[in-house]
Design a protein around this ligand. Structure first.
Ligand SMILES: [Ca+2]
Ligand SMILES: [Ca+2]
Length: 263
């Protein structure tokens, strides 16, 4: 099956699949200043975007604080293979560092075709590639990236956050777009959000969690256990049933239409 990206769609507050307002601090602050505990966000390994379940992901433009105008691409390897341009130019007219001729508005998003279970995803940004060629892409597969004394986290140029408390749990990715001299290592030159589905999210979060200290060096960050239970949709239904059962008494609960229709 061919990997493909649908047309850019606009953000509609209250009905689009994510809450744009929740992530404005990721664009305005440097990576090391973000209060992850306050935001209920967890740092995760950006190179660990492996999908064990079929899903058609959605990807949103959250913000950018870049003078560069850079394309963002995605590669799939495994059961689904291919490379697509997700956003041809991740620049906005209303972002942190806007430009009048930019193609995007914050919250714009795209639908990907279905990706088969057992596929590794990687994202890459080509710095200023929408304006001029010549700079090498910087990938979430950091084995492909340069190491440079001006980039203390290099070869890691992407940071990732998990939002397990969102109505629909999300992964957010931010990149630093200057390799070498001139870099400010703020990792907010482009911010995107990815919906990989609840099951894939849970698998990624539980294997790639790096905790909530944003100051750690991403190059040698260690994964750690998620210190709370991840509930599936079915798990939440069971909890709901227990709560209702206790409140109403079990006899009444078993007779409810709620229970019959949900099972
Ligand atoms: Ca810009
Ligand atoms: Ca930067």
């Amino acid at each position: 099956m061919t990997l493909s990206v649908g047309p850019v769609q606009s953000y509609v507050p209250g009905s689009t699949w994510f809450d744009l307002t929740k992530y404005s601090n990721l664009g305005t602050q440097e990576r090391v200043s973000i209060n992850l505990a306050d935001s209920n966000l967890w740092l995760i390994d950006s190179s660990d975007l492996y999908l064990p379940y079929n899903y058609a992901p959605r990807i949103a433009f959250i913000n950018e604080g870049a003078g560069y105008q850079s394309p963002v691409s995605m590669t799939a390897a495994g059961s689904t293979t291919g490379e697509v341009t997700v956003f041809a130019n991740l620049s906005g007219t209303n972002s942190i560092l806007p430009s009048r001729n930019a193609p995007l508005q914050i919250g714009d998003w795209v639908q990907l075709s279905e990706i088969q279970a057992g596929t590794q995803l990687n994202f890459a940004v080509t710095p200023n590639g929408a304006v001029s060629s010549g700079r090498a892409p910087l990938s979430t597969d950091y084995t492909l990236n340069p190491t440079d004394p001006y980039n203390p986290n290099s070869p890691v140029f992407w940071t990732a956050y998990a939002d397990p408390k969102a109505t629909r749990p999300l992964i957010l990715l931010g990149y630093e777009d200057i390799a070498g001299r001139g870099s400010d290592n703020d990792f907010n030159d482009g911010i995107i959000a990815i919906d990989v589905g609840v099951d894939n999210f849970r698998a990624i979060f539980t294997t790639a969690n790096l905790g909530q200290d944003p100051r750690i060096n991403l190059r040698d960050a260690q994964t750690q256990a998620v210190p709370f239970e991840m509930h599936s949709a079915a798990g939440l239904l069971v909890i709901g049933a227990i709560v209702l059962g206790r409140r109403w008494g079990w006899g009444r609960f078993w007779k409810t239409k709620f229970w019959k229709t949900k099972n």
